[in-house]
Design a protein around this ligand. Structure first.
Ligand SMILES: Nc1nc2c(ncn2[C@@H]2O[C@H](COP(=O)(O)OP(=O)(O)OP(=O)(O)O)[C@@H](O)[C@H]2O)c(=O)[nH]1
Ligand SMILES: [Mg+2]
Length: 194
């Protein structure tokens, strides 16, 4: 796919507002602050495509981006404690509502911080992907924060923790340094191109 071509389409505040899929969707899920929006920006080499913040809870709507051969979906993060109960409920509704729809899910990119084991909600997310059989890969974010040997150890530990079979790809990336981005692009391509 040509990653030089992308545009923001729309933002939705509840899953009920979502129009049906127009075509294959590549969606980004993970806890607040894990680096979903940063990774989208890096993939498309556009600094301000998706809004990024050092404070968790930045993306508070489901954001759609139109790329060459798929739509990319930036989801709000889960697990952010510092918001009201009603906001939390709205976010959960967006994420669960999105995944419970009958959509053209080409690939779910499940992001997990490389510095830490998967959180309880990460485990729940990956468990959901495994039981539903949705196509998914795992991306470990912020690889620039660890040494090469720590990266390999973290990947092995995550595979073990989540009991991932060899068929599930795990890629370590850095949106800051660009590490792993080309590998990730090729991997995404393999799910959206016939
Ligand atoms: N060092 C480092 N920092 C990163 C990387 N990717 C993202 N960050 C930082 O992590 C913070 C959160 O990034 P976002 O992309 O906004 O995270 P998000 O997952 O979209 O967060 P929400 O929208 O709140 O769910 C920002 O301060 C980013 O600069 C990375 O690869 N390396
Ligand atoms: Mg975001």
């Amino acid at each position: 796919m040509n990653y030089n071509n992308v545009k923001f389409m729309a933002a939705y505040g509840t899953s009920k507002q979502l129009p049906p899929s127009r075509r294959a969707e590549v969606s980004f899920a993970g806890r607040s602050n894990v680096g979903k929006s940063s990774l989208l920006n890096k993939l498309f080499n556009r600094k301000k495509l998706a809004k990024v913040s050092s404070k968790p809870g930045k993306t508070s709507t489901i954001n759609f981006f139109e790329a060459d051969s798929a739509d990319f979906v930036d989801l709000p993060g889960y697990g952010y404690a510092q918001v009201s109960k009603s906001e939390k409920a709205r976010w959960a509704e967006m994420i669960e509502g999105y995944f419970n729809q009958d959509r053209d899910f080409a690939l779910v990119v499940s992001l997990i911080d490389i510095r830490h084991p998967a959180t309880a909600l990460d485990v729940q997310m990956v468990g959901f992907l495994q039981t539903t059989g949705l196509p998914f890969i795992i991306v470990q974010t912020k690889a620039d924060k660890l040494s090469k040997s720590q990266v390999s150890r973290s990947t092995a530990a995550l595979r073990k923790q989540l009991e991932l079979g060899p068929e599930v790809p795990v890629v370590a990336v850095s949106s800051e340094k660009g590490t792993g981005i080309d590998v990730l692009k090729r991997l995404i391509d393999s799910y959206i191109e016939p």
